[in-house]
Design a protein around this ligand. Sequence first.
Ligand SMILES: NC(=O)CCC(=O)C(=O)O
Length: 262
Amino acid sequence: MNYLVFQMDLEVGNPEENRKIIERWLEANYNDDLDVVVLPEMWSTGYALEELKEICKVDGNQSTEFLQSLAKKFNVNLVGGSIVVLEDKDIFNRAVIVNRMGEIVHTYDKMHLVPMLDEPKFLTGGLNQVEVFELEGVKMGVIICYDLRFPEIIRDLALQGIQVLHIVAEWPLARETHWNTLLRARAIENQMYVVASNVTGTKLGVKFAGCSQIIDPWGDIVQKLDQEVGELRATLDLEKVPQIRKEVPIFDSRVPEKYRKL
Ligand SMILES: NC(=O)CCC(=O)C(=O)O
């Protein structure tokens, strides 16, 4: 499965410009045998939290429709990062997954809101549990940034059978060590591929970590960026998932009846 992951430097509060950045980037980096393209968290707006409601009202569904037309134009599946969506009075931070035909196959609203970035003041946490989606017959999951700190939901996805976990993020440089460590831990403890797209650059006084990366089910880093704008390009060898789960059979060794329900 051939992946292309964008590490983006976005324009805060400017969805139109960010759509142009993504389209130009994909035009420059596209190739015919691509299966999945991954974008970061809140790529259309960044953390323009005070303006989000107004942006949502003016911009409407344009970013969702953009993802759908992009997928069709380039004949590629999109883990389309996340975008903000206004529903009644609530703003959700929503990951959108689109297949090659431009059909939305899955959405996920960020469940855990980040106090350090003031999210609870402006956003509503997702109401639904995490669910699996399929692209090209492969079971996958997506979570959003701070969710990475909550292994419960990732185990939930692993037990639902995912082989690839996507993390779309705007993770600050101040906590870069946490980012790198938790991504790797999630790959090792769940024996699955982890594909992480983060932003880079300094926005509204926050420097973002970059460090987008792909980690295999053994915990080895397949590819990783530093702080530059750029992309990861890698082929995931999905045979590794059952191989490693056979070699170290943690899913067979689990004793859930002994675990306290938290
Ligand atoms: N955008 C985010 O969710 C940032 C998460 C973060 O800063 C952290 O977990 O630390």
